[in-house]
Unconditional design. Structure first.
Length: 759
């Protein structure tokens, strides 16, 4: 039983409980050895009693402890004490992605894609280390106060699936892949499917499949097609929609084959969101059975026929060449005679072209014959094909000429009557431009397309909103107390059923707030902080949007929905629009600190800016190593679109050095109760980078103060090695005899952490 104040592993003091899950509880704790706050995940009792599960759990957790990535909640330690199995992790102050989605109803496309990129980078690092998460879902993704996205719970999922833990323990079945739902083999592509479902929820505020039982939901993952996120949010770009579709293919072979491929498409969607560049490849297509046509079969037969000697084949080819040349001369003579008799210039042109095309066809036949090496069939084809080809070609040329003449006549007639307003260069004439302007004016007065209103009274407001949006109408919500209708049920609409209205019209829905609705306070004009406080007092969920306003100062509320004074159910979402001040043509510089170079470039492009010079420099913050530590324009500054922003990438802190100037005291009773003063002890001082700083032996303590300098890391440890002995003793027995008890010896070794001082 874990209690507040308990110390686990002789170093982690439990401070408070900060979360719970299906398999474990999470506590905030203090690491007294390194003097830092950590998160300690403790396995629940029912799983601790399963030896097989515990064994796999520890193996996977130890593997996860080797992962170090900015987008992963890092694991520091794994251990067991008195039947308590625990994992010590990085403490991230923030909220889960699930709560973040619930708070905002749904995320913008850019925000969702940005979060997906960071999650993908973390999972990619795990996959590169042959670790599969198997339980990707918004509940296991944390957004820190600094805006950093981190994936947690690595290592637990594999152990759980190995022991067929039920879905309520494993987490929500809403995000499981089809192969996991079947209980089959799962790999990296299972994580890609789950991430696709998570993206769907970020974009739409809902999961793609729902049901009354976990089994029903799992069957939908296996059998039903993934719905399009654009059915719920029409402004989602096609590239993002296709990325979600490719992630969520039923067959793993049709999904992205790696997180790296997914990251490339996600970053590209930030730059060209409306480009349809995502391609889903069917791996079975290339291996499918294809029908062989009769011509293909005949060609195969011809090539397979045996031939005589090479000399005979060459002889046949020569004879064929002689016959062809004779025929060509005959054709030319016949055509020349016809041209002289008719004496028509146009027919002369046709004859010349006919002669050229015929030769070309004849040469193609010759190539075929040489490949097939069948002289008899060649002669047959030439004799049979001559007249039909000439007749067919003449017919085609006549049709083409008729079409061209018809087009010219239509063009001249249309231009004469003003029907065609373009000249030969494709530019509009003045008369055509005037007519087009008159036509546009007439069209402006034409009524818009109309849709017929449907019956909505008595239905759930969420269902009604989707229905109206699909019809092309814009729903507006007003709440009103009612004892007749339950909370969230539409009582009436501003448009009666059956009435036709213009597409895009607003429809006001009056929704029941129940018999005890909560009054919405007025927050328009208040600062954002004041508005959040007022709405938070009444347990409203706040959705924040931004907009420019020429009269409301930046940071204050422009509008709110529902309006002040209306009665709504407790916990209803209230959307507030925060003023950005007067609208400017300049763009705001985003924050790049803490991002890698590729991510910084994507953010700049998204903001309408350009990446300039990238320099590598030392920076004192080790957490920024490999990341942006400087940007040439301040965050939130307004600059012209296209401005070039230079960045610096941190190489890590400049090489600092440390020193060890402390004396070394003897082993304490807490470290070894059996230690005796005067025992010869081997003392070794080591730095955490593996450098040995001191090795000596001593039987009296403290060892005089050391002065070791030039140490490259700030932490290390002291190793004590010695032998504990007991003296030989004599014991007088009851019968007066004396027994001798021989002394014993035991090797002892332990480590004492030490902190070095900066020079």
């Amino acid at each position: 039983m874990v209690k507040i104040g308990l110390i686990i592993g002789e170093r982690y003091e439990i401070l408070e409980k900060i979360g719970t899950g299906g398999m474990s509880d999470v506590y905030k704790a203090k690491d007294h050895k390194l003097n830092r706050l950590v998160a300690v995940k403790v396995l629940k009792q029912e799983f601790s009693e399963n030896a097989n599960f515990v064994s796999k759990f520890r193996i996977e957790a130890q593997a996860a402890a080797g992962l170090m990535h900015p987008n992963i909640v890092n694991v520091y330690d794994v251990g067991e004490e008195n039947g308590i199995y625990y994992i010590v992790m990085e403490l991230v102050e923030g909220i889960t992605l699930k709560k973040y989605i619930e708070k905002k109803a749904r995320l913008s496309v850019k925000e969702a894609v940005s979060i997906a990129i960071q999650v993908s980078m973390g999972i990619e690092a795990a996959h590169n280390n042959h670790i599969i998460h198997r339980d990707i879902k918004p509940q296991n993704i944390i957004i820190s106060k600094e805006g950093k996205v981190k994936v947690t719970d690595f290592g637990i999922a594999k152990a759980a699936t190995s022991n067929t833990i039920t879905s309520n323990v494993m987490g929500s079945v809403h995000y499981t892949s089809p192969e996991q739902a079947r209980g089959g083999f799962s790999d990296e592509k299972s994580d890609i499917y789950s991430l696709g479902v998570t993206m769907f929820e970020m974009l739409t505020g809902r999961v793609p499949f729902n049901g009354e039982t976990t089994v029903a939901i799992a069957i939908k993952h296996i059998q039903e097609e993934m719905p399009s996120p654009r059915e719920y949010v029409s402004e989602i770009p096609i590239s993002v929609e296709q990325i979600v579709f490719k992630c969520c293919q039923k067959s793993p072979d049709r999904r992205y084959q790696s997180m790296g491929e997914l990251i490339v498409d996600l970053k590209r969607s930030l730059m060209t969101p409306d480009e349809d560049f995502v391609k889903v490849i069917d791996p079975d297509e290339d291996g499918s059975t294809k029908t062989i046509s009769d011509s293909d079969m005949e060609r195969i037969k011809k090539r397979s026929r045996s031939r005589g000697s090479m000399e005979e084949a060459m002889h046949l080819r020569k004879e064929a060449d002689v016959i062809r040349n004779a025929k060509r001369r005959q054709i030319v003579e016949v055509e020349e005679e016809e041209d002289e008799d008719e004496g028509d210039a146009e027919e002369e042109d046709d004859s010349e072209e006919t002669e050229y095309v015929y030769y070309e066809d004849d040469e193609e036949e010759e190539d075929e014959e040489e490949e097939e090496e069948d002289e008899d069939e060649d002669d047959e084809e030439e004799d049979d094909d001559y007249d039909p080809k000439m007749e067919r070609l003449t017919t085609i040329l006549a049709v083409v000429a008729a079409i061209l003449i018809g087009c010219v006549v239509l063009f001249l007639v249309g231009r004469a009557f003003g029907v065609i307003d373009t000249n030969l260069f494709g530019k509009k004439t003045e008369e055509g431009q005037e007519k087009e302007e008159e036509k546009e004016k007439e069209e402006e007065g034409e009524p818009k397309a109309q849709v017929e209103m449907v019956a909505v009274t008595g239905k759930n407001v969420d269902e009604v909103k989707v229905t109206l949006l699909n019809l092309g109408l814009t729903p507006e919500i007003e709440y009103e107390e009612s004892t007749e209708y339950a909370q969230g049920i539409v009582m009436r609409a501003s448009v009666e059923p059956g009435v036709k209205v213009d597409e895009g019209s607003n429809v006001v829905l009056t929704v029941s707030a129940g018999s005890e609705g909560v009054e919405v306070p007025k927050v328009v004009g208040l600062s954002e902080a004041e508005a959040m406080t007022e709405l938070g007092k009444r347990n409203f969920v706040v959705n924040r949007t931004e907009g420019h306003d020429a009269y409301i100062k930046a940071g204050s509320i422009i509008t709110q929905s529902p309006e002040a004074g209306s009665k709504v159910p407790e916990g209803t979402s209230v959307t507030v629009r925060v003023s950005l001040g007067p609208e400017e043509t300049k763009v705001k510089v985003p924050e790049l600190i803490g991002r890698d170079e590729e991510e910084a470039m994507a953010i700049l492009i998204e903001a309408g800016l350009q990446l300039g010079t990238v320099s590598e420099v030392n920076h004192e913050n080790p957490a920024l190593t490999g990341l942006v530590c400087y940007q040439s324009y301040s965050v939130d500054a307004y600059v012209e679109p296209g401005t070039v922003v230079d960045i610096n990438i941190s190489l890590g802190p400049a090489q600092a050095t440390y020193k060890f100037t402390d004396s070394i005291v003897a082993p304490t009773p807490e470290e070894d109760p059996s230690y005796k003063a005067g025992t010869l002890v081997t003392v070794t001082v080591m730095a955490d980078d593996g450098t040995q700083l001191l090795s000596t032996q001593a039987s009296s303590f403290p060892i005089q103060q050391q002065n070791i300098t030039g140490i490259k890391v700030n932490t290390g440890y002291i190793i004590f090695q010695y032998v504990n002995t007991t003296d030989t003793t004599t014991v007088t027995n009851e019968d007066g005899s004396v027994s001798t008890i021989e002394g014993t010896s035991q090797n002892k070794e332990f480590r004492r952490p030490v902190q070095f001082t900066a020079e």
